[in-house]
Design a protein. Structure first.
Length: 310
């Protein structure tokens, strides 16, 4: 005989199992719907196509970020007929206003880490980006830039070695600068550096001193007391006096001639007077000649001057 169980049978077991299955299925479906909603499956989106040389590092579901915030998601990756990669991105319409016709898209791949697709907008006054727009994505591949950086660094080191060599132009210039600095610190300072040596500077200073002494002596000889200028001034005063005498004598001649023309009978007497006046005029002219010769003798700047008298 089988032993009898004291546990009473559960009523409506099948019904309760069905209810439990339905509840679990509902929870799973609700969770999936929530996840899909959270992922923006049911949002209204617009399509954006980015064209790149290759799609290495790009995965479906990757975010398109703007200022660090996701505004789009990669839905599909295609190979275009021209061999380029087409990255199809869905952008929710509520975030589409961040993208403008002047926006720039970049795909950055670091040495360590994931690939990032970023959008940059500088002018928000530009028109919004139309739906199904096709834009070229700019690559920022760090690993691809390493060979260029190494080549640039090598060129820089070669140039630096050339610049710092023993026979380089920079080394020669530094040597010349050191020589010029040594000259500037010499006895004659800047003058010695400009003329090349202290000996040349000393010769120039000696020449200048001699020229200054000569000028001082010439100034004393010409403009000093009892100098040439004083003698010339005294001689000019005497010349003015002699010329005054000559002018008075000529006036007498004019008067005598007028008298001779008016009185014909006294012509012989006028002739005698003219002889006397002529003698006076000759004496005045001789005085003028002597004064001119004296001026030519004392005045050092007009030795060859010739004074022609009537």
């Amino acid at each position: 005989m089988e032993p009898q169980s004291d546990t009473p049978p559960i009523a409506h077991v099948e019904f309760k199992a069905i209810v439990l299955l339905v509840l679990i299925t509902t929870l799973v479906c609700g969770f999936l719907l929530y996840v899909m909603y959270a992922r923006g499956v049911f949002e209204s989106t617009q399509r954006l196509v980015l064209v790149a040389d290759d799609s290495e590092g790009v995965l479906v579901g990757m975010d398109l970020t703007f200022s660090g915030f996701p505004i789009g998601r990669v839905q599909r990756i295609e190979l275009a007929p021209d061999g380029k990669a087409r990255i199809l991105i869905d952008v929710p319409r509520k975030d589409a206003h961040w993208l403008r016709t002047s926006s720039v898209f970049t795909m950055e791949r670091g040495m360590v880490g994931e690939t990032h697709i970023r959008a940059f907008t500088g002018l928000f006054t530009d028109p919004p980006l139309p739906e199904d727009s096709v834009r070229t994505v700019l690559r920022g591949d760090t690993s691809a830039e390493i060979p260029h950086l190494v080549a640039a660094a090598r060129t820089l080191l070669d140039n630096l070695g050339t610049m710092t060599g023993t026979d380089s132009s920079l080394n020669t210039s530094l040597g010349n600068m050191q020589t010029a600095t040594a000259r500037l610190s010499g006895r004659y300072g800047l003058l010695g550096g400009a003329l090349g040596s202290d000996d040349n500077a000393r010769k120039l200073i000696t020449t200048l001193d001699s020229a200054n002494a000569l000028l001082a002596k010439a100034d004393q000889r010409v403009f000093g007391q009892r100098g040439v200028m004083d003698d010339a001034q005294a001689t000019i005063i005497q010349l003015n006096a002699v010329l005054g005498d000559a002018r008075a004598s000529l006036k007498k001649v004019d008067a005598v001639l007028a008298e001779a023309q008016a009185v014909g009978a006294n012509a012989r007497m006028a002739t005698n007077d003219l002889g006397v006046l002529r003698a006076e005029v000759d004496a005045s002219l001789r005085k003028v000649t002597n004064l001119v010769e004296e001026i030519n003798r004392k005045w050092p700047f007009a030795r060859d001057t010739e004074l022609k008298l009537p």
